[in-house]
Design a protein around this ligand. Sequence first.
Ligand code: NDP
Ligand code: 8X3
Length: 254
Amino acid sequence: MDRKIALITGATSGIGLETARVLAQNNYNLILTGRRKDRLEQVKKEIESDCPAQVLILNFDIRDKAEVKNAYESLPSDWKQIDVLINNAGLAAGLAPVDSADMNDWEQMIDTNIKGLLYMSQTVSPGMIERKSGHIVNISSVAGKEVYPNGSVYCGTKHAVAAISRTMRIELLPSGVKVSTVSPGAVDTEFSLVRFKGDRQRADKVYDGFTPLYAKDIADTIWFVLSRPSHVNIDDILVMPTAQGSARDFFRES
Ligand code: NDP
Ligand code: 8X3
């Protein structure tokens, strides 16, 4: 295969889906993951009909470490030589203070955003280390740099992603494997619909009165990070909508 291989977690919507489209146009074959199998099949069909990329889908829940390992083991051996891992799968569940938030939401965010990312990294990085080549891109957030009320655990998970990324960057120095963090502000994806458990009105209000980022903006940023020369590592990049100045400051046209 002369195309490189990228594994993107959470490729059924939003940032992961757009990143799949961008990388397919830039000489990558893709391994796409997520829980919604029908969507994965749809994306595979779309990408393979649009460009010469090959797409392999892995349908599993990233919170389950046995499923993560089994999914990787099910890959044909040449597909196990993953050049790029995009740790993108993640979510916010709820928006509530510590004294009354739903503990199940906490479990879901911690298990997905932190533990899922770790399971994927431990599964894929040994091959990269052995080959002395590879790039891991972790999707954190402005919430990995700042906090906001009612977002303690989501912010906590994204601070953890930032800390894990910085640690892995140092651990992987001898192997030459790159580690980058991409930290977006508000991106109009299914993120808020998931956070508010299907409440479309509440989700839409998040993006009211200003132009948010779109998934393609972050996919293009990821491509920028990946396409630097071999001696350049983008350690961390914060990308915000022009109308957003911090996790809490937005300029909204009324
Ligand atoms: P979406 O909800 O559109 O996409 C989230 C993706 O994560 C989906 O493909 C979903 O797939 C996958 N996912 C969620 N839980 C699991 C799970 N348990 N197992 C496997 N896959 C899972 O949101 P975004 O594209 O916005 O989010 C992508 C990343 O970007 C997240 O890490 C998010 O925290 C981060 N981010 C988002 C921002 C925003 O404003 N949108 C800003 C900053 C960071 P499926 O449901 O099919 O399993
Ligand atoms: C998503 C952006 O500000 O809702 O990471 O936490 S925010």
